[in-house]
Design a protein around this ligand. Structure first.
Ligand code: CS2
Length: 508
């Protein structure tokens, strides 16, 4: 199915002609902006935008979202042409439902007008900034959390040029806000990082330190001014942690076609998602916030155990299905779950490794949560590609799988199934599926990984040694743990020798 050329585009003019059930709860332009969101990807549109629209529709408040596309002009152009409207199609086994969302009060393209984004971050009307920019945009070493700025971030922080990167935009915006004394702000990471609030806080602190040092060198140190700004930020800016959850695959021509069929208009910014959604947010918003609880979000003092639950029992298991599925030639996560024995292996990973690695939130059974996760993954109408989930593994493995292993080892257990995921990733990054087909290595550390592999011996033991040497990825205590390395080596040897299906058949 393709999008019909010539159908009218979605926009404010289309609203009255939309099926009633598909109309937005909020009309763009009627709610003043209170939130800036960085990262206009599919996940934001199907998650925070949906919660915020519902919260505003139910409880009011000046909480329109200004959506900022950091780099891509595509989504910016699409949304701008559609008066900021887009639709979310909820896909389940029993059918689908499409709704237009009116949460966006405006859209901006950071690369074309960075000064406008800095000004926005310093605008007193903006009291919340949310981010979905993916793990790699934070430029924090995944194993240690240390800032490892690439050339672009370094240029943003050490020269006077207009910022081009997320860390650059954020710290320039915060400085402008502090200088203008523009009122308190919550900066909210909605990315799947470990302790995402603390990581974002630490990114800002480290980036400001680099910036202050470079500015001191250029202009002569102005310690008193820097101290005043640091004080202002300490008093006025918070970093609530969050757990965000909804499976939202990248949109495809089928997504756009389904939206058009449901709406009678073309929607080039349409997204499709599963019915399930969850948002747990630490309630620390000094400038106020939307009544997200009215849209089903859970506001709490500490999101840490929810976050660990989700990163380990959902995302870690997702990565397992993605690497094993891609190696076995399966296109989607749902296809992967049909590999004989995989579901049982994943259940064991949840029950024996994940559940023993941390204390879940009160009243939650990790095993039951995991069963629900596996049912969600098996939803055949969600065509989430294994290759999509497999990308950026170096940024994802630590919080999804390696921290489970570290905690298990500290408690004296063997991380049997978690080690299988590490081995599957190691086989995956070498680029060959079980049938010899090529697999893409889409990862910010791709060059490092290739160089390490090329320098090592061409054997499972050589690969394990080479990749455990990536100190950005593997925590030191795991890299030094002979028993863990041995486990990973056993799995990698089996995967190399027999392939995924036979390895799984022997695994339970
Ligand atoms: C996935 C996540 O792409 C990935 O790495 O594991 O995007 C996952 O779908 C979401 O976190 C679900 O909430």
């Amino acid at each position: 199915m393709a999008v019909t050329i010539g159908a009218s585009p979605l926009g404010l003019g289309a609203l009255r002609r939309l099926p009633e059930s598909a109309r937005p709860l909020v009309r763009p332009g009627t709610v003043p902006a209170g939130i800036v969101h960085l990262g206009l990807g599919a996940f934001h549109r199907a998650h925070q935008a949906v919660y915020t629209e519902q919260a505003v529709a139910r409880a009011g408040g000046d909480w329109g979202i200004v959506g900022v596309a950091p780099r891509s002009t595509e989504v910016f152009d699409q949304l701008a042409a559609q008066d900021c409207l887009f639709s979310v199609t909820t896909l389940s086994g029993v059918g689908s439902e499409t709704k237009v969302v009116g949460a966006l009060a405006g859209v901006r393209h950071a690369a074309s007008d960075p000064a406008a984004i800095v000004a926005l971050l310093a605008d007193p009307a903006i009291r919340v900034v949310t981010l979905t920019v993916t793990e790699k945009a934070y430029q924090l070493d995944p194993a240690t959390g240390r800032l490892r700025p690439d050339a672009e971030v370094t240029a943003d922080l050490t020269t006077d040029r207009a910022p081009r990167t997320v860390p650059g935009l954020l710290v320039r915006g915060l400085l402008a806000r502090a200088v203008a004394d523009a009122g308190p702000l919550a900066l909210v990471s909605c990315d799947n990082l470990p302790s995402n609030g603390k990581r974002l806080h630490s990114l800002v602190g480290q980036a400001l330190a680099v910036l202050a040092e470079a500015a001191g060198g250029r202009n002569g140190a102005n310690g008193a001014r820097a101290e005043r700004i640091a004080d202002w930020l300490r008093t006025n800016v918070t970093y609530p942690g969050t757990m965000v959850d909804r499976i939202v695959p990248a949109s495809t021509p089928e997504t756009l076609a389904a939206a058009q069929t449901a709406l009678g208009f073309t929607d080039l910014a349409a997204v499709a998602a599963e019915p399930y959604r969850q948002w747990v947010i630490e309630d620390n918003f000094p400038g106020g916030r939307p009544a997200w609880e009215q849209a089903g979000a859970v506001l709490t003092d500490d999101a840490g155990s929810w976050e660990r639950l989700k990163l380990r029992a959902l995302n870690g298991v997702h990565s397992a299905a993605a690497y094993l599925g891609a190696l076995a030639g399966r296109e989607t996560i749902a296809d992967a779950l049909e590999i004989p024995c995989l579901r049982e292996v994943l259940r064991r990973m949840i029950a024996e490794d994940v559940a023993r690695s941390f204390s879940p939130p009160d009243g939650v059974s990790v095993v039951e949560y995991g069963d629900q996760v596996l049912d969600r993954f098996a939803n055949p109408v969600i065509r989430h590609r294994t290759i999509q989930v497999a990308m950026d593994g170096s940024q994802k493995l630590p919080q999804r799988v390696l921290h489970t292993m570290v905690d298990l080892r500290a408690a004296g257990h063997r991380p049997r199934y978690a080690a299988l995921v590490v081995a599957a990733w190691m086989r995956f990054v070498r680029g060959r599926a079980d049938d010899g087909g090529q697999l893409p290595l889409d990862d910010p550390l791709a060059d490092r990984i290739r160089t390490a592999l090329a320098a090592g011996r061409d054997s499972p033991a050589g690969v394990v040694d080479a990749l455990f040497g990536l100190t950005e990825v593997f925590p030191a205590e795991l890299a030094a743990d002979e028993e863990v390395r041995e486990l990973v080596l056993e799995w990698l040897t089996a995967l190399d020798r027999y392939g995924v299906e036979a390895t799984l058949a022997g695994a339970t």
